[in-house]
Design a protein around this ligand. Structure first.
Ligand SMILES: [Zn+2]
Length: 511
């Protein structure tokens, strides 16, 4: 896995740093101390600790090691006890990366039971692990030891990056999203932020992004196991009923119907859906069997729905209903916020795709526009270029960078880089139909329930997905997904009530 490679290359540097014997008592000679990352929290210029010297602690190291082993990480930095520290901090002592830790916080960590196969369910314990993971992340990202990174990122960007990585670690440790975010409520973390730390809402959003990334990396593997079990209990009867219900007549439609603004006409035909040759050996679970699908003509949005468009919907429809909470999570870094009674887009993000919108939020918007979401089959057909398809791996090209904002050219750049996050819609090359961002930028909700085994029993004519399900289909990959998710055949899913900074949608409509 990509992340593992990252860890190990960084680990080597730390191993080298740690080859010298560590002193047992450390008088700080931190060159950086006056402009230290921790700003005013380190008050004694003679010592990184407030009241006395830091003491190298084998015991503390053992605990941190135990936690990190849960995510297959080796702590390649030293741990020292440091009285008067606010919980724990990442720092440099004699150019050695250290996490200094207060005795009281150490005692709290000791109280967490790691003997069970799973980690704790108590949110307070997760909060402590989150604090530690945040400091670990500062080291993993080189915030303290790498002068170039320190210079190129503002303290706030470094903090958000650490929060994001903490979210990633916590997902890998099997924390739920609310457990991963619990530290932001259970500790004294100011709503409006402070000198070095950004406002809580931004920190919550950053933890969420990291947690989602952990989930994205893990999800397919987990789902494969679940499907294996489900296959055994698959009921033939339901399959029969679905086939009868879903077969629809192909209707001949006159082609002179005007194309709605912002939409593209996709002329229906027969196509092969699923894992075909141009996908190489990248196909993941659920893309087989390849099967024939026949679609009617339809319209599909040229662009993903933008923040500005969605804010207009909220201002028209959201003021007198509580449903807004079910439609969109307004705690996002690059989206819509509420100012007084108005829903406004954060400056410069007007033409970015709307994110953190639930499947219900997407369908409510579509309904308001007199349209609907595309079916999974329509989405794939349109991504492949519809009646103009040229059989490419991604929507419009085999060269992903040409057509998509994805992990390698977005999230990998890191916080503070101008390419980090979502991008204005339509800034990459369009596919054969003139559709933008079908691959990358944000994943897109489709109308179908999701089921990895659906292709085995899909209707041929205008399939609409399974009749029942728990998750809805999302397609196309995002700025925070690796290339395989951006393939035209890739299938993915999320619970319809969840909202992610990776997921938006585009409109479709029948003729
Ligand atoms: Zn920090």
């Amino acid at each position: 896995m990509k992340t593992t490679t990252k860890f190990s290359s960084i680990s080597i540097i730390w191993l080298l740093l740690l080859t010298a014997n560590l002193p047992t008592s450390l008088q700080a000679q931190n060159e950086d101390r006056n402009t230290d990352f921790f700003g005013n929290s380190i008050s004694n210029p003679e010592n990184v600790c407030r009241h006395s010297a830091a003491t190298y602690s084998e015991e503390a190291e053992a605990i941190v090691k135990e936690i990190l082993s849960k995510v297959s990480l080796e702590p390649q930095f030293a741990i020292a006890e440091c009285p008067g520290t606010d919980n724990c901090k990442a720092t440099l002592i004699d150019n050695v990366p250290y996490i200094i830790i207060d005795q009281a916080f150490l005692e709290e960590l000791k109280g967490i039971d790691f003997t069970q196969s799973k980690l704790p369910t108590d949110e307070r314990d997760w909060a402590k692990i989150c604090i530690l993971a945040h400091e670990v992340a500062h080291h993993l990202k080189g915030h303290v030891s790498n002068p170039i990174i320190r210079q190129n990122k503002t303290p706030r960007e470094r903090e958000l990056e650490a929060d994001e990585f903490a979210g990633f670690i916590l997902y890998k440790m099997e924390a739920s999203l609310s457990q991963a975010q619990s530290v932001m409520y259970s500790h004294k973390i100011p709503e409006k932020g402070n000198y070095t730390h950004p406002p809580r809402s931004q920190r919550l959003a950053a933890i969420k992004i990291g947690w989602e990334r952990g989930k994205a990396e893990t999800k397919v593997v987990v789902e494969e196991k679940i499907v294996e079990v489900e296959k055994i209990v698959e009921v033939e009867k339901i399959v029969e009923v679905e086939k009868i219900v879903e077969v629809e007549k192909i209707v001949e439609v006159p082609m002179d119907q005007p194309v709605p603004e912002g939409m593209v006409l996709v002329k229906g035909s027969t196509f092969m859906m699923g894992c075909i040759e141009e996908q190489g050996d990248s196909c993941t679970y659920g893309e087989k069997p390849v099967h024939e699908v026949i679609l009617n003509d339809f319209f599909i949005g040229k662009y993903e729905v933008t923040n500005a468009e969605y804010a207009a919907f909220l201002n028209a429809k959201g003021k007198k209903t509580k449903d807004v909470e079910k439609w969109i999570d307004l705690n996002s870094l690059w989206g819509i916020e509420k100012k007084g009674k108005q829903y406004v887009v954060k400056s410069a993000y007007e033409n970015h795709p709307v994110i953190n919108v639930t499947w219900y939020g997407a369908t409510a918007y579509a309904k308001w526009k007199g349209m609907r979401l595309p079916t999974e089959a329509e989405w794939e057909y349109a991504a492949r270029g519809g009646h103009k398809m040229t059989n490419t791996k991604y929507a419009g090209s085999n060269d992903l960078d040409k057509v998509a904002w994805h992990e390698k050219n977005s999230s990998d750049k890191g916080y503070g880089h101008s390419d980090y996050g979502t991008h204005e819609v339509g800034t990459k090359v369009a596919n054969e139909l003139g559709l933008y961002d079908m691959s990358g930028n944000v994943e897109e909700w489709c109308s179908d329930w999701h089921d990895y085994s659906y292709y085995k029993r899909s209707a041929t004519n205008n399939p609409k997905g399974p009749r029942f399900g728990k998750s809805r289909v999302v397609r196309g990959g995002s700025w925070n997904n690796n290339p395989t998710y951006c393939r035209v055949a890739n299938r993915y899913y999320d619970s319809p009530t969840t909202s992610y900074s990776l997921v938006g949608f585009r409109l479709a409509s029948s003729l």
